[in-house]
Ligand binder design. Structure first.
Ligand SMILES: Nc1ncnc2c1ncn2[C@@H]1O[C@H](COP(=O)(O)OP(=O)(O)OP(=O)(O)O)[C@@H](O)[C@H]1O
Length: 261
């Protein structure tokens, strides 16, 4: 395991993003250190927008994104160097027809600029973390929904990126598959910055070191899980404490166990 300093972190300062003429991120400032940050909030709060803006996939009207204190989206060179340190799993994970699991992972790794001679070793490590070794030769378009998400995770982790961003990695999965994905996320986050957006309070309680809560495009809470859930709290009290952070909008907030939070 690499030893990394707590100063390694992704930060956003006063990030403003407009979509369809509306300001959907309204000056988001946050710091995402080594470990796992769970990004939660009601439907439409701006979670996906924040993740995509952090990665430079959506343009910000204003604000700055830094990794280890360096601006990462300012120039094509800094953006490309940032993307080599970044693993990303979007909400909808799709793979081209005919591409095998092993090929998809090696390709993700190659896109990250890893030397060709290292691709095999990176692939083996990522498939093992995502528990996909047995399926390495299977075409990705013949995977189940849960297996496809595990492959999305393997691609995000391939090549050992410093920052891993996962947009609802457990959406639509049954409890066993969720536990498998979250186990892999937990394992991966010991040595890097992981940001996971989720609707599931159970996911938050399983993997989060920190919780970042968005509501209507603003950060409304940013704290360590230990500061939110008292030590010795029962599972029910822990769920209630996390659920209480999410403003009840859209009728789908704060549920548990497979239902949207
Ligand atoms: N392409 C788009 N054009 C215009 N507005 C958009 C677009 N995509 C998203 N929005 C709006 O931006 C806001 C934030 O959306 P976003 O997808 O970031 O929310 P979210 O918190 O990820 O939601 P969910 O939990 O439902 O996935 C919402 O009000 C949404 O309607």
């Amino acid at each position: 395991m690499r030893l990394r300093s707590m100063e390694d972190m992704l930060t956003a300062e006063d990030l403003v993003v407009r979509r369809g003429g509306t300001e959907v991120l309204r000056g988001v400032t946050c710091a995402l250190p080594t470990g796992t940050t769970a990004l939660i909030g009601h439907n439409g709060a701006g979670k996906t927008t924040l993740l995509r803006a952090l990665l430079g996939l959506l343009p910000a009207a204003s604000g700055t994104v830094r990794l280890d204190g360096e601006k990462v989206l300012a120039t094509a060179a800094s953006r490309s160097a940032f993307h080599a340190r970044l693993g990303w799993m979007p909400q909808d994970v799709e793979f081209p027809r005919g591409v095998t699991v092993a090929e998809a992972v090696e390709y993700a790794c190659w896109l990250r600029g890893r030397p060709r001679r290292t691709l095999r070793a990176h692939r083996v490590a990522a498939l093992e973390t995502a528990d996909l070794t047995e399926l390495a030769r299977r075409p990705a378009d013949r995977l189940s929904g849960g297996q496809r998400r595990r492959l999305g995770l393997a691609c995000a982790l391939a090549g050992d990126p410093d920052v891993v961003v996962l947009d609802e990695p457990t959406a639509g999965l049954d409890p066993l598959q969720r536990e498998e994905i979250m186990g892999a996320v937990r394992q991966a986050s010991r040595e890097r910055t992981v940001v996971v957006s989720t609707h599931l309070v159970e996911d938050v309680l399983t993997v989060a070191d920190r919780i970042l809560v968005l509501a209507d495009g603003r950060v409304v809470a940013d704290a360590l899980l230990d500061e939110i859930v008292a030590s010795g709290a029962s599972a029910e009290q822990a769920r209630a404490a996390v659920t209480g952070l999410i403003a009840p909008r859209g009728g789908a907030c704060g549920q548990t166990d497979g239902a949207p939070a």
